[in-house]
Ligand binder design. Structure first.
Ligand code: SF4
Ligand code: SF4
Length: 333
């Protein structure tokens, strides 16, 4: 899993549930931070209790099972069945494609809306340099197995300087694998990416120009092939209104240590606004992410300015040359 896969919407709640942080891979840009997210694997009873609480709080929410690698959890199939019974609006499993514990034998295409696979290159050479030796072969094999069993599949491609040039080879790969939905993610400075500091930011983050000239044309090409494409807005057009999802949307990022964030950019810090305590969801004391959501700055997103100011540029008069959209706002084609 690289990143969440359901679009920000004012009308739909999204529950991103990390049921463990363990993973068989060590991707260069992994956002999991065990110091902040814990290392435990949640018991099935706890998963079911938390699913029940979230279903009551946000009926019909979209649910995404994540890790670490969620298929490493031996009770994922039982968790999916529970979520279906609780009436979640959609259920997605985000996976690196290794599909442990014979998960495809234990769930049915009726139970999950999408299995979402992460690939960061259109070939083993580029993908495996980021995600690890053998991961391209394993992921594409997993996609083929899922398609053969009738599951709907998404593919998530996290764009960075390391794989930008390979993007043009993605549309034919999507067609060959019969992918149903394509997500483009943009690399964020969180977890592993953040730990390498500015040097890594320059190495990894694509510029505004690269985004416009190299990423968006590929998104349009994939859409022209008839495959729905979802990608983050990233930059606001001049005069376009800024909205912080923390204020106007209903997103929950749940981690195995009980922390529940409303903003993914806060996840490297103890800024969570909610926490599971003895299977009750309770608000945390200020100062937390909710206080940051209230701040208005000319650059747009406050957390972006705090943790990745390198993607901001300023005009001669000191005003931001472009404003950064909330990372949860997606566009679709
Ligand atoms: S597969 Fe996902 S959880 Fe595992 S290391 Fe890669 S990004 Fe992290
Ligand atoms: S990414 Fe920025 S704008 Fe979006 S919820 Fe977080 S703080 Fe708000």
């Amino acid at each position: 899993m690289s990143a969440p896969t359901v679009s920000f919407s004012r009308n739909a709640a999204n529950v991103f549930f990390h049921i463990l942080t363990q993973c068989n891979l060590r991707c260069r840009h992994c956002y999991i931070n065990p110091d902040q997210h814990g290392t435990q694997r949640l018991e099935l009873a706890t998963i079911q209790a938390w699913l029940g609480i979230m279903a009551e709080r946000s009926p019909g929410a979209n649910l995404i099972f994540l890790g670490g690698e969620p298929t490493l959890h031996p009770d994922l199939a039982a968790a999916v069945a529970s979520a279906r019974q609780l009436g979640y609006g959609s259920i997605t499993i985000d996976t690196n494609g290794y599909l442990f514990h014979d998960i495809l034998e234990k769930i049915t295409p009726d139970q999950v809306d999408f299995i979402s696979f992460s690939l960061d290159g259109a070939s083993a050479g580029s993908n495996d340099a980021i995600r690890g030796q053998g991961s391209f072969e394993a992921c594409t094999r997993g996609i083929r197995q899922a398609k053969a069993k009738g599951f709907r599949t998404s593919l998530i491609y996290t764009v960075s300087r390391l794989n930008l040039d390979e993007l043009t080879a993605v549309p034919p790969l999507l067609a060959e694998l019969s992918i149903d939905r394509f997500f483009i993610q943009v690399i964020g400075l969180r977890g592993q990416s953040a730990s390498h500091g500015k040097e890594n930011a320059d190495d990894l983050q694509v510029s505004h120009r690269e985004w416009e000239e190299q990423v968006l044309p590929v998104a349009r090409q994939v859409a022209d092939q008839g495959i729905p494409v979802i990608y983050p807005k990233v930059y606001l057009a001049p005069g376009e209104a800024f909205a912080c999802a923390g204020r106007v949307a209903d997103n929950y990022f749940i981690f195995p240590n009980g922390r529940v964030y409303r903003c993914p950019l806060c996840e490297d810090f103890p800024l969570h606004s909610l926490v599971f305590d003895q299977d009750r969801l309770v608000a945390t004391a200020p100062i937390n992410e909710s206080d940051l959501f209230q701040l208005e700055i000319p650059e747009g997103c406050v957390m972006n300015k705090l943790i990745q100011p390198g993607n901001l540029t300023y005009s001669a008069d000191g005003r931001p040359a472009c404003r950064i959209a909330c990372c949860l706002i997606k566009e679709s084609l």
